[in-house]
Design a protein around this ligand. Structure first.
Ligand code: NAD
Length: 330
């Protein structure tokens, strides 16, 4: 099957080509995001593969359907970028990769916690500059601290295990508590209690209309003073302007994010030679207690292999008229 594969970088191609040696599809790679400006490129492709910051809104889906697309294969777990109602109306089926490596994202979450707590970026920059002073680099033991995990699905459960391994008291909240997370040491509580009692809060729930700006002014008021907030899920979970207010006041101790609500205009691109116009984002970067990575939590060899294999298996199943086990529906 001919597949138009959008938002592909060199590292995606390596893993997709490897998986495709078995699957045998015709993969045509586009570096561009899929959006209203680029959707015409997919004309004549029965299958389109897209990534996190591609925009599959009503207009794009209609354009794809008119061009003959019948399958959208997301190379990610989240599907908030797709208008599923319109896809269903057009008969365009949507598949995703529900779990590729929860370890990749969970381990990056811990990397952000440790790097922020122990000031690793500042320390490494100082040492390179011949400055071996330790002032300003004091951290805290994770052992004995309270960590709150918001959302204990595939990734959140691995985070619970890792935090428990450090000797943290782990609180969790999720509308569907998991026996696995409880067995790994989490104690379920309300979001209010979790925010009030946690030294570290880490977000692992999906972005939905209900969770949009979950961390807003009200939530930040409930958050324990000086707490660390980590987000490796979706940028829209945090009201960035509200976060900036509490960073300025000192109420929010540290912030580590791998995702940003307006990241589509920035992330996955080399903008090092340009002036970044996003004032909120650039303000965020001025804080010494904020650490930002550009949506790389998934970026491990194991995860990229699993993403490629699952995506191409879905395309093969679609081509063969077999059931789509990873289909997303409303
Ligand atoms: P999942 O569906 O397995 O788990 C999500 C959990 O969140 C579920 O248990 C659900 O019940 C819970 N939840 C829903 N609403 C909630 C709320 N209001 N409060 C608390 N919990 C709530 O998802 P997952 O695979 O663990 O992924 C978690 C997040 O990580 C998703 O947003 C996904 O898009 C994101 N993600 C990010 C990266 C990255 O590279 N940064 C990679 C993969 C996934």
């Amino acid at each position: 099957m001919r597949v138009a594969v959008f938002s592909t970088r060199q590292y995606d191609r390596v893993h997709l080509d490897r998986a495709n040696a078995q699957a045998g599809h015709a993969l045509i790679y586009f570096e561009h995001h899929l959006d209203a400006a680029t959707s015409q490129l997919a004309g004549g492709f029965e299958a389109v593969s897209a990534f996190v910051n591609d925009r599959l809104d009503a207009a794009v889906l209609r354009q794809l359907a008119e061009g003959g697309t019948r399958l959208v294969a997301l190379r990610c777990a989240g599907f908030n970028q797709v208008d599923l109602a319109v896809a269903a109306e057009l008969g365009v089926r949507v598949v995703r990769v529900p779990a590729y490596s929860p370890y990749a994202v969970a381990e990056h979450t811990i990397a952000l916690i440790l790097a922020l707590n122990r000031h690793i970026p500042r320390a490494a920059a100082r040492v390179r500059d011949g400055n071996f002073a330790l002032d300003g680099l004091v951290g805290f033991d994770l052992y004995g601290k309270t960590a709150g995990v918001v959302g204990t699905g595939t990734i959140g459960t691995v985070v619970v295990r890792l935090l428990h391994g450090f000797g943290c008291r782990v609180l969790a909240c999720d509308p569907f508590p998991s026996a696995a997370a409880t067995a790994l040491g989490a104690t379920y509580t309300s979001i209010e209690t979790l925010l009030a009692e946690s030294d570290i809060v880490t977000l692992h729930c999906p972005l939905t209309p209900d969770t949009h700006h979950l961390m807003n002014d009200d939530a930040f008021r409930l958050l324990r003073k000086g707490a660390m907030l980590i987000n490796t899920s979706r940028g829209g979970l945090i009201d960035t302007r509200a976060a900036i207010k509490v960073l300025k006041s000192g109420h929010l101790g540290t912030l580590g994010i791998d995702v940003y609500e307006e990241e589509a205009a920035l992330f996955f691109e080399d903008l090092s030679g340009t002036v970044i116009q996003d004032y909120v984002f650039t303000r965020l970067l001025t804080f010494p207690n904020v650490l930002v990575t550009a949506h790389q939590a998934f970026l491990t060899t194991e995860a990229l292999d699993a993403i490629a294999e699952t995506t191409l298996a879905s395309v093969s199943a679609f081509a063969a008229g077999e059931p789509l086990v990873n289909e997303v529906r409303l």
